[in-house]
Design a protein around this ligand. Structure first.
Ligand code: NAD
Ligand code: ZN
Length: 256
């Protein structure tokens, strides 16, 4: 019975002192941002092999293509509103139990919902900033895109060092920020409840986080629409949509 599993998960949440919430693209689909595997999204119009970090580095034409793709996907993320699942994560933080919110998402919807920026660990970066690949300087995205529009530029370069500018997300072939990854693993090893929402758990090394938490003795809860390779290690599996399922969990939690 799903209701019974939600009750048990709510009790675990109530008893927990250090919760790690781990989210993937599935938490944002109800906000209108398609996940990777859904057909018809911006992603499916591009060949992923052309959007790797190595290609971006290699030639102006790939940088141009990347920026075109990036500017095509951005408006949906900028205009999206957080849904009930993002709000549920805010409630967990307000209860004083949230140790960290680790996300694979780049859309910034957790912060928009009200999660504290210092709790959010963005493993794959964010679309809301732009960085210089050579000197690591960082800008607000709008600042750079306004300049691109005003000057009719397809590919922006750093005014300090001349390096290529790229949105601050992690492209295929680009390594994850080591400090953010370290913090995520640290929190996974020191939490007592690890709640995954909307991730297919196939992207490494992030997908190793729940297993790491389990090894350290945490209880694992997963809310997802489809199967994942880690279903067997979950203590509670809640198959369903993130919004209503997380809302039901928090409603039950509020009664305790
Ligand atoms: P994924 O696309 O691999 O998997 C998403 C998972 O969420 C799937 O298992 C799917 O069944 C599930 N799902 C979809 N809608 C759901 C819903 N309403 N409720 C519950 N579950 C739902 O996503 P991923 O594992 O996060 O990896 C893909 C990568 O692509 C990410 O690392 C991310 O960087 C990037 N991405 C980000 C966004 C975003 O920021 N919103 C969107 C697409 C892709
Ligand atoms: Zn620079």
């Amino acid at each position: 019975m799903k209701d019974e599993r939600i009750r048990v998960a709510a009790r675990w949440l109530h008893e927990a002192e250090r919760v790690v919430v781990f989210t993937g693209a599935g938490i944002s689909t109800e906000s209108g941002i398609p996940d990777f595997r859904s057909p018809g999204g911006v992603w499916s119009r591009y060949n992923q092999d052309d959007l790797t970090y190595q290609r971006f580095r290699s030639h102006e034409r790939y940088r141009k293509l990347y920026w075109e793709y990036d500017r095509a996907r951005f408006p949906a993320m900028r205009d999206a509103q957080p849904n009930a699942a993002h709000h549920a994560v805010v409630e967990i933080e307000r209860s004083g139990r949230l140790a960290a919110l680790v996300t694979q998402n780049i859309d910034g919807l957790h912060q928009k919902a009200g999660s504290s920026p210092d709790k959010v660990l963005e493993l794959h970066g964010t679309v809301h900033a732009v960085t210089c690949l050579d000197c690591d300087r960082r800008w607000n995205r709008e600042e750079i895109t306004a300049r691109m529009e005003a000057e009719g530029i397809d590919v922006p370069y750093c005014e300090h060092c001349g390096g290529p500018l790229k949105c601050a997300t992690i492209a295929f072939g680009q390594s994850l920020p080591a400090d953010v990854l370290d913090q995520a693993f640290h929190h996974a090893r020191h939490c007592d409840l690890f709640l995954t929402v909307g991730s297919s758990l196939v992207v490494q090394p992030a997908a190793l986080l729940p297993a790491e938490a389990r090894r350290a003795g945490a209880k694992l809860v997963l809310i997802n629409l489809s199967d994942t390779p880690y279903d067997a290690i979950m203590d509670i599996l809640l198959i369903g949509k993130a919004g209503p399922t997380a809302a039901a969990l928090l409603a039950e939690f509020a009664r305790l």
